[in-house]
Design a binder for this molecule. Structure first.
Ligand code: SIN
Length: 288
């Protein structure tokens, strides 16, 4: 029996059943999954029991994996896996990035080669809260007024990792924030990418900016750039472009960072309820 592919929402996403990702995927199934990935931008594989090794092996089928710059939040024996959890260590220290994933973003857009895609596996899920939401940046681009599409063609935006100088985000809670070491700052200089990004496989254009990482327009004065970026971000977040997911244990979500944004919706009831997700991140290309 082959796999079955069922759309998740009007906006984006499809659910794929009939495949066990803990086992090597045959070539025919692999091609169907890749086609579905390009067509739907976001894939849900429900009910997958995966060890870190199996999660990494499936992810490698899509390209080389990133080792995230926040080394302290990687699984010690599996640096390809970034931990996203509300758990704490014995000293009460966080085990994952402060406010990890809150605020719309595309993974690693602050790097020269932002990520191609991410694969997030739900290891433990809370009864309440902890949803994740995705937005189609194709639809965001396609529904812009023609005048705005023309205005942004060829313009570039500035992407920044350190959220402390992003005027659109609340100031980080000083008791609960990540220190940005000299080394981390050196690894993540501001990066400039086209606002209108062309997908290297589908050829479709997307609106490649985000609330979390985009801080300005490189080719404009500050006042004009701020107004334009505010307008683009407000447009991009409309609910008709989005799909919101309530995690089930074992769900694996895989998305295309070249044409989607996502955010953690928060609202996780505190410990002892646990939300623990493992993420691998596939390397991408320089956007154009
Ligand atoms: C992420 O931004 O990769 C994680 C989102 C989440 O934890 O829901």
């Amino acid at each position: 029996m082959g796999i079955s592919i069922k759309p998740l929402s009007e906006a984006l996403g499809a659910e794929i059943t009939g495949v066990d990702l803990s086992q090597p995927v045959d070539d025919g199934t692999g091609e169907q999954i890749l086609d579905a990935f390009h067509q739907h931008q976001l894939l849900l594989f429900p009910d997958q029991t995966l060890t870190p090794e199996q999660h990494i092996a499936f992810s490698r089928g899509f390209g080389e994996l990133e080792i995230h710059v926040c080394g302290q939040y990687l699984l010690p024996e599996y640096p390809e896996i970034l931990l996203l959890t509300n758990e704490r260590d014995q000293e009460g220290q966080r085990l994952s990035i402060a406010d990890g994933g809150s605020g719309w973003h595309s993974d690693l857009s602050y790097m020269k080669r932002p990520s191609l895609g991410s694969l997030l596996h739900a290891v433990r899920v809370p009864k309440t809260g902890g949803d994740t939401e995705w937005a189609s940046l194709y639809q965001a681009y396609e529904t812009l007024p023609e005048k705005t599409q023309k205005r942004i063609e060829g313009l570039r935006a500035i992407h920044q990792f350190d959220q402390r100088s992003n005027p659109r985000l609340p100031p980080p809670d000083l008791r609960n924030r990540d220190e940005h070491s000299e080394e981390l700052i050196a690894l993540t200089p501001d990066m400039v990418h086209p606002i209108v990004r062309t997908h290297p496989v589908t050829g479709h254009k997307s609106l490649f900016v985000s609330l979390r990482f985009t801080i300005g327009i490189a080719d404009m004065g500050e006042t004009e750039g701020t107004e334009l970026l505010d307008e683009l971000l407000a447009h991009q977040e409309q609910s008709e472009f989005t799909y919101r997911h309530k995690w089930g244990q074992g769900d694996l979500m895989m998305w295309d960072n070249r044409c989607t944004n996502h955010r953690a919706c928060g609202g996780v009831v505190e410990l002892p309820q646990v939300r623990r997700l493992h993420r691998t991140t596939v390397m991408g290309d320089v956007p154009y």
